[in-house]
Design a protein around this ligand. Structure first.
Ligand code: PLP
Length: 448
C-alpha cells in the first residue's frame, strides 16, 4: 500500500523538497509553534551554502550568525556530506551506545587529540548542547558522591548552558527558570561573572562538586573572562577539589581563534562540553570530554557505568560528521581564519564605536565571536524603537540588506557576530558596509 492511500495528505520527502512557501507556512503554523517562527522574523531559507542562503523568492541572504555559532565549517559543507555518504555506503551499524563501534571510537580518539595538552581523553556523546551540559553536571555529582561535604555546583550569572532542567538551572538568567518549580536551583549557587572575590569565597568553602563557566559568555552578551577570573577558577578548583567544567559549546571548534577558547589562557579544565560546530551543523552532536581520572571517578565502576546513557550516544552518522568536521577544521586551519576574519570585523566595529560613541557602548570578543553593545534608546523613543539601539540596528541590517544575525539571547542589547569561519572576504565586506549603514541609520533616528 502507498502511504497516500492511507493518508492522502501525507508529505513525502520529495513533496517537502518541492513544497511552496504558503504550504510550508500553513503546515508549520498549524502543526508546530507559530510564534517561535513569527517572532523570529518569519524567514524561510530554501537553500544554504557556505555563508549564503537563498529564500523562497530566490533572494540571496548572508549568514552572519551561523545558526548561533554552529556553522563553523559553513552551511552544507560538501566535505562533511562526502564523509556521511561513505558511512552510508559502508552500511555501518548506526548505533554505538553500548557496543564497540569503529566510527565512534575514531571520533573519541580524534577529539582527545585536540584538547588542551591532550589531557582530556574520555568522552561521552550527547544529542546537543543542553544534553552535553546535563551529562557534565551529572559527572560532577557522581564523581563526588563519596564526599558528604560536597553538595553543590557553582555557576555564573548571565550564563547560558541550554534549556533542559539541569542545564537551565545552571544558566544564570531567571527568565528561563519560570513555571518549573525549583528545578535544581537549591543545589546551585550563581556568582557574578568575573567576580574573583566571590569565586574565591565560594570555592574555598569546599562544598562544590563542580564549577561551570563559559570562557566567553555568548548568550550573556559576549562577556570575555578576565585572565584573573579563569586562572583563579583553575587554581581554586584544584585547591578545593572541585571539578572545573568549561562550557565550550559556543566558544569551541576554532570559533574564538583557538581550537578551544581555554587555550587563550593556557588553562586546562577537568571537563569540556562541546556541541554546535563539532558536527558541521548537519547532524546533532554534542557531549563532554574529561580527564580520565575525573571520568573514571564517576563512571568507572560497574555500579555507576550505566548512570548516564542514551540510545543515540555514539551514533555512526553523528560521529562521522564529527570526524569530518574535525578534519576540515584542522586541515583548513579554521583557527587562523577565525583570527583573521575576526580582526577584520573587530577593526570595523571599533571604527563604528569611535564614530558613534552615543550609539555604541562597547565592542568585545575574540576571533569570530564578537559582541557590540548598544546604548539605551531615550525614554521618549522607546515605544517606537525598543529598549536599546541594537534592536533597530538589527532590524535594519537584516531587512534592508538580507543579513541573518542575532543579538545575545540573555542580553538583547548586544548585537552579535558569529559568521561561518569559512565566510569569504567579499561577504564580510558586504556585511560590514551594511553594518556601518545600519548604525548611520540609527544615529539619524537618535538625532531626530
Ligand atoms: C555555552 C552554551 N552552552 C549550551 C548551549 C545549549 O546548546 P543547545 O542549544 O544545543 O542545547 C548553548 C547554546 O547556545 C551555549 O551557547
Amino acid at each position: 500500500m502507498k502511504v497516500k492511500e492511507l493518508y492522502k495528505d501525507f508529505y513525502t520527502v520529495d513533496d517537502a523538497i518541492n513544497m511552496d512557501f504558503d504550504t510550508v507556512k500553513n503546515l508549520q503554523e498549524t502543526y508546530s509553534n507559530k510564534l517561535k517562527v513569527v517572532l523570529s522574523g518569519g524567514k524561510y531559507f530554501k537553500k544554504a551554502e557556505n555563508a549564503n542562503f537563498i529564500d523562497h523568492a530566490g533572494n540571496k541572504w548572508y549568514d552572519m550568525m551561523g545558526a548561533v555559532g554552529v556553522m563553523t565549517v559553513g552551511n552544507n559543507n560538501p566535505f562533511i556530506w562526502e564523509n556521511l555518504e561513505k558511512v552510508f555506503k559502508a552500511k555501518s551499524y548506526a548505533m554505538g551506545a553500548v557496543s564497540y563501534h569503529n566510527i565512534a571510537a575514531a571520533f573519541y580518539r580524534n577529539l582527545a587529540l585536540t584538547t588542551p595538552g591532550q589531557k582530556l581523553t574520555k568522552a561521552q556523546i550527547a544529542g546537543g548542547g543542553a544534553e552535553a551540559v546535563e551529562g557534565a553536571l551529572k559527572l560532577c555529582k557522581i564523581a563526588k558522591r563519596n564526599d558528604p561535604k560536597k553538595t553543590k555546583i557553582l555557576s555564573t550569572l548571565g550564563a547560558f548552558h541550554g534549556k533542559t532542567a539541569g542545564a537551565v538551572s545552571l544558566g544564570g538568567k531567571d527568565t528561563w527558570w519560570a513555571y518549573q518549580g525549583r528545578l535544581l536551583l537549591d543545589q546551585i549557587t550563581h556568582i557574578p561573572f568575573n567576580d574573583v572575590e566571590a569565586l574565591k569565597k565560594e570555592l574555598s568553602s569546599g562544598i562544590y562538586q563542580g564549577f561551570i563557566m563559559e570562557p566567553i559568555q555568548g548568550e550573556g552578551g559576549v562577556n570575555v573572562s578576565t585572565d584573573e577570573f579563569i586562572k583563579t577558577a583553575r587554581e581554586y578548583c584544584t585547591k578545593y577539589d572541585t571539578i572545573f567544567v568549561a562550557d565550550e559549546i559556543q566558544t569551541g571548534c576554532c570559533r574564538t581563534g583557538k581550537f578551544w577558547a581555554c587555550e587563550w589562557w593556557d588553562v586546562i579544565p577537568d571537563v569540556m562540553t562541546f556541541a554546535k560546530g563539532i558536527s558541521g551543523g548537519i547532524i546533532p552532536l554534542g557531549g563532554y570530554i574529561a580527564k580520565p581520572e575525573v571520568y573514571d571517578a564517576a563512571y568507572g565502576t560497574p555500579e555507576t557505568a550505566f548512570h548516564h546513557t542514551a540510545t543515540y550516544q555514539g551514533n555512526a552518522y553523528a560521529c562521522a560528521a564529527g570526524i569530518a568536521a574535525l578534519q576540515f577544521m584542522l586541515e583548513n586551519d579554521l583557527c587562523a581564519k577565525a583570527q583573521e576574519n575576526g580582526k577584520f570585523i573587530m577593526d570595523a566595529m571599533n571604527a563604528a564605536w569611535k564614530k558613534y560613541p552615543g550609539i555604541i557602548k562597547d565592542v568585545r570578543g575574540k576571533g569570530c565571536l564578537i559582541g557590540v553593545e548598544f546604548e539605551p534608546v531615550p525614554a521618549a523613543k522607546k515605544e517606537k524603537y525598543g529598549k536599546n539601539w541594537a534592536m533597530e540596528c538589527e532590524r535594519y541590517f537584516s531587512e534592508e540588506f538580507r543579513i541573518q544575525i542575532m543579538h545575545s539571547f540573555n542580553n538583547p542589547k548586544v548585537f552579535r557576530w558569529l559568521p561561518p569561519l569559512t565566510t569569504p572576504k567579499e561577504d564580510l565586506v558586504y556585511a560590514l558596509d551594511a553594518f556601518s549603514k545600519s548604525v548611520e541609520h540609527v544615529h539619524g533616528l537618535s538625532e531626530e
